[in-house]
Design a protein around this ligand. Structure first.
Ligand code: NAD
Length: 477
């Protein structure tokens, strides 16, 4: 698939160049994608603008909603095919890829159902005036998405954008873009007018930067690393464009001495193992009240040791790392932890006969980790969990809030008053009490504060992010 999807059709990149696509399972090249450049981005933005000002822009909210539901149905009709594409492209276990495709369909269903339920306001003003606040599309939206949940990210970002009547230009990650390309084709088959959704593959520093800098973009959404998030936001600032950023986290699971460990332990382990730890909201810090440190660490370690890393079609707990660059980063981080003498509390298992060139990392649990160690603060974006002790509630809050991030937090305690106190004191966009939802919940508003980013996606709030109000004041005497 070495073409770009622009204006409802396949186009070879203007520069005619391609990029190799690697399978994380064995490190081999298995396909090519188009290496889109600034000229291709410009074509896509122009196509989106024409769609927004043309047929697509004239769709009623009801028509947009129906169309999104039809796209969701198309996705479900092709679930086996799409899950296979996603698993091959990302290396994630087939069962997880299938869940991701279900979530993709769910985004279209949810935002299809919501499209005609966004109402404006009527404001009481001076006598003789009527004031209506209406919500409108921004126009052309740029979506730069990462490689960890490519299918889900696509639905999460274009679902609300299209529901509100925007036209979209998507730059998927060069390491995982196959599903986006196929979904764009299915969307047009479902009836989406040409130009409403365009997909330009290519490198971040080329196609991604060109999209972020394009002067005819009205809104940018970006999910990825904090460093690139800054660059995208700078580009948006030059063009005076709003920017929604989701940049990862170092999310704490706070376990008190009265926690129900039977319930907590499998969820705590799952929240870091899922997608080989490559989840922005992975529960990557395990904070344990000191009085139960040994017991909790032992229980989590026992389960951790059972976790298997394996090939996507072998139903492993953990697949390979999605990109070679990320594999190298995770390995380097682990080497640094080991070199610094961090106690390794548990290590998962590797399936026998793994392809030698695949990007497999055995899950690792370290603990107790000193508070000033890099593993206690920085995101690994791999299957590595850091366990740290705390003394009391105040100490737990200090520790939980003590990183530069603020995305998700979880509290494990049976004490109802403590649950509510902590929910208010913990920094982040989501707090889970006796449960955890790494990456899940189409209905649940999601997003960060601090270095985790800003703006909200998912749920109804995303419809507000992807639209802008206009206040219409009428004097009639
Ligand atoms: P990245 O930020 O470089 O890539 C994310 C997206 O941005 C991709 O589509 C990429 O092509 C694009 N991009 C890259 N440079 C760009 C630029 N200059 N202008 C515009 N777009 C650009 O992420 P990465 O290097 O692939 O991963 C690095 C780290 O990012 C990981 O270790 C992890 O910590 C973090 N990450 C976070 C998430 C998340 O969900 N928050 C997802 C993926 C990666």
């Amino acid at each position: 698939m070495s073409k770009l999807f622009i204006d409802g059709a396949w186009h070879a990149p203007i520069g005619r160049e391609t990029l190799p696509v690697y399978s994380p399972a064995d490190g081999q090249v298995y396909a090519e994608i188009g290496r889109g450049q600034a000229e291709d981005i410009d074509l896509a933005v122009k196509a989106a603008r024409r769609a927004y000002e043309g047929e697509w822009g004239r769709y009623s909210a009801t028509e947009r909603g129906r169309l999104l539901v039809r796209i969701g149905n198309k996705v479900l009709e092709h679930i086996d095919e799409l899950a296979g594409i996603e698993a091959r492209d990302t290396g994630k276990p087939l069962a997880l890829a299938r869940k991701d495709i279900e979530a993709l369909a769910r985004y279209f269903e949810f935002y299809g159902g919501a499209a005609d339920k966004v109402h404006g306001q009527v404001i009481p003003y001076l006598p003789g005036y009527s004031v209506n606040v209406v919500r409108e599309a921004y126009g052309v939206v740029a979506h730069i998405i990462p490689w960890n949940y490519p299918a889900q990210m696509l639905g999460r970002t274009i679902g609300p954008a299209l529901a509100m009547g925007n036209a979209s230009v998507v730059k998927p990650a060069e390491d995982a873009c196959m599903t986006s390309l196929r979904v764009a084709e299915l969307a047009v088959e479902a009836g989406l007018p040409a130009g409403a959704l365009n997909i330009v593959t290519g490198l971040g520093r080329e196609a991604g930067a060109a999209l972020a800098e394009h002067p005819d973009i009205n809104l940018i959404t970006f999910t990825g690393s904090p460093g690139v998030g800054v660059q995208v936001q700078q580009a948006a600032a030059v063009n005076h464009v709003k920017c929604v950023l989701e940049l990862g986290g170092k999310s704490p699971q706070v376990v008190f001495e009265d926690a129900d460990l039977e319930k907590a332990v499998p969820i705590i382990v799952g929240a870091i193992i899922q997608n080989a730890g490559q989840t922005c909201s992975a529960g990557s810090r395990l904070l344990i009240q000191r009085s139960v440190l040994d017991e909790v660490l032992a229980k989590v370690a026992a389960r951790f040791s059972e976790m298997r890393v394996g090939a996507p079609d072998a139903s492993p707990d953990c697949g390979p790392i999605i990109t070679r660059a990320q594999f190298e980063r995770v390995k380097a981080f682990i080497a640094e932890c080991d070199a610094s003498g961090l106690p390794l509390a548990a290590e998962g298992k590797a399936d026998s006969g793994l392809p030698t060139n695949g990007w497999y990392v055995k899950p690792r649990l370290y603990g107790p980790v000193p508070r000033d160690h890099r593993l206690a603060k920085d995101e690994v974006f791999g299957p590595v969990l850091a366990a740290l002790p705390f003394d009391d509630e105040d100490d737990a809050v200090r520790l939980a809030n003590g990183t530069e991030y603020g995305l998700v937090a979880a509290i494990w305690t049976e004490n109802g008053a403590r649950q509510q106190r902590l929910a208010r004191r913990l920094v982040g966009g989501q707090v889970f009490i006796n449960c955890y939802g790494a990456g899940g919940g189409v209905e649940l508003p999601f997003g960060g504060v601090r270095k985790s980013g800003h703006g909200r996606e998912k749920g109804f709030l995303a419809l507000e992010e992807f639209s802008v109000t206009k206040t219409v004041v009428s004097h009639h005497g």
